[in-house]
Design a protein around this ligand. Structure first.
Ligand SMILES: *Cc1c(COP(=O)(O)O)cnc(C)c1O
Length: 240
């Protein structure tokens, strides 16, 4: 968190301008609980199946904490009243119904088809679904995401869907040995983000730029990211 704060300061912003999502996909459940007890309220998963197990587990943990209240003997218990879950992985249409009630933000909308499905879900349950559009800046064929030239047009289509609220864009940089090499990817993504804002195809809620992971989050923040998704730096390398 100190490193996040320092990177924010280097980009001329206060530490609280950057949201840190702890990616729990490789973490053990007790590590997740520990992080929540330290006051961390934003958690991310990339699979619906894992969300379906972990969200109720943490809910129960929080409910128990609330009941115990001040009776808790731990002196440094900073457990937040609620956590926010982020779906950061590719979402299949047949999982929308299971996923959306579990999460606060979907980072990975990258086709009109999945947007349509999310919108229909929102309409059916009379709610708004908050989403980011995933953009593939590098053009790597192994990555999901909308190609940069298609971004503005698709954003315009999503913006017309009443039950979707497009909150910003997300990108994953390619893996480089030297994180400096990701800088141009992140700055290009930032430009697209600004372009979308000034072009008028998005609404007032379009203010999240999700980029940066364990290897490259400092560079991403320096280039303007305000949401980082960090797994291994919190929980260590995945076991087995
Ligand atoms: C796993 C994952 C992360 C976190 O990666 P780390 O390298 O462990 O920080 C971030 N974003 C997405 C989309 C992921 O799948």
């Amino acid at each position: 968190m100190d490193r996040v704060a320092e990177a924010a300061q280097r980009s001329g912003r206060p530490p609280e301008a950057v949201h840190v999502v702890a990616v729990t996909k490789y973490a053990a459940m007790d590590q997740v609980r520990q992080l929540v007890e330290l006051g961390h309220a934003d958690l991310g998963e990339n699979q619906v199946q894992q969300l379906a197990q972990r969200v109720p587990h943490i809910e129960e943990f929080l409910a128990r904490k609330r009941t115990l209240g001040h009776a808790s003997s731990k002196t440094h218990d900073a457990t937040p009243p609620q956590v926010r879950w982020h779906m950061i992985g590719n979402l299949q249409r047949n999982k929308v119904k299971q996923c959306i009630p579990l999460v606060n933000l979907v980072h990975s909308v990258d086709t009109l088809r999945i947007a349509d499905e999310l919108h229909s879900f929102g309409a059916r349950y009379d709610r708004t679904v908050d989403v980011l559009m995933q953009v593939n800046i590098s053009g790597e064929s192994t990555k999901y995401g909308v190609s940069p030239p298609a971004v503005l047009h698709l954003l315009e289509q999503l913006d017309s869907m009443m039950h979707l609220r497009v909150r910003g864009i997300m990108t994953i940089a390619p893996h480089y040995e030297n994180p400096e090499e990701t800088r141009s990817i992140f700055s290009r993504c930032r430009e697209l983000f600004e372009e979308a804002k000034t072009s008028g195809v998005t609404g007032e809620h379009f203010n999240l730029l999700s980029m940066g992971m364990t290897e490259d989050y400092e560079v991403a923040i320096e280039e303007g990211s305000n949401v980082v998704r960090i797994g291994r730096a919190f929980f260590g390398e995945p076991q087995g």
